[in-house]
Design a protein around this ligand. Structure first.
Ligand code: SAH
Length: 221
């Protein structure tokens, strides 16, 4: 990413406010989520040639066959997660680093795992997410980060075919886990609350479409 891109002009801020207004009209009301998304410059996570797409409410390709999630979807998942300042949050599927940055802007201590080496390497070098103290890991999201557990919140931003047991284990009692679950084109947004070591409650929150969560730990790609 060229450094010249990293300026946040009045024009960008105006476009961002319009995007936030649109997200509000679609039903998002959590002020902490909206404020954070109004601060994080989504265009920093785009190649300069695609800047004009950054403030549309659409997913967009970020390379390696992956996408930066649609802003509404980021807002929806983040709202379900009920993040509070100081919480330890694990994200599976770092992608562009945008969602992780929104969580960090909300005051969370963010741990995020990416399975694709190329995306991870890009994040390690130039990524604007680095202006936040986000802890980046290259690895398999199904396994989570047992060494850093437990987490107050866990978020998967790829389509998970099932609820990974290892991740539920790494959630604190009282913790919240949000993930789009489904094996086909469409997934059901699912929120789990861990009531005790052996009990969870599960709620569903409508249909979404994510890129699939990849099964095996990455070889160097
Ligand atoms: N949260 C991202 C968008 C995620 S797209 C953003 O804000 O831009 C889904 C991401 O999950 C992709 O980058 C993909 O490579 C990653 N992914 C897929 N399977 C994974 C796995 N098993 N573990 C960790 N990351 C995975």
């Amino acid at each position: 990413m060229a450094p010249t891109q990293l300026s946040d002009t009045f024009r960008h801020k105006g476009l961002r406010q319009k995007l936030i207004d649109l997200i509000v009209s679609k039903g998002i009301s959590d002020k902490n989520v909206l404020d954070a998304m109004n601060i994080v410059p989504r265009h920093f996570f785009f190649d300069s040639s695609f800047l004009e797409f950054a403030y549309e409410d659409k997913a967009f390709p970020i390379g390696s066959g992956q996408t930066i999630s649609q802003p509404y979807t980021v807002a929806f998942q983040t709202e379900l997660l009920k993040v509070e300042k100081g919480m330890r949050v694990l994200e599976v599927g770092t992608g562009s680093g945008y969602q992780a940055s929104v969580l960090a802007e909300m005051g969370a201590k963010v741990y995020t795992i990416e399975r694709q080496k190329l995306l991870y390497d890009n994040l390690k070098s130039l990524n604007p997410a680095l202006s936040y103290r986000i802890r980046l890991f290259y690895g398999d999201g199904y396994a989570g980060l047992p060494a850093y557990a437990p987490f107050d919140r866990i978020l998967i931003t790829a389509a998970a075919p099932f609820i990974p047991e290892a991740l539920v284990k790494q959630l604190k009692t009282g913790g919240i886990f949000v993930a789009p679950i489904g094996k086909n084109d469409i997934q059901i947004m699912t929120r789990i609350v861990k009531l005790s070591e052996t009990e969870i409650t599960t709620e569903t929150h409508g249909a979404f479409r994510f890129v699939p969560m990849l099964a095996d730990k990455a070889k160097d790609e």
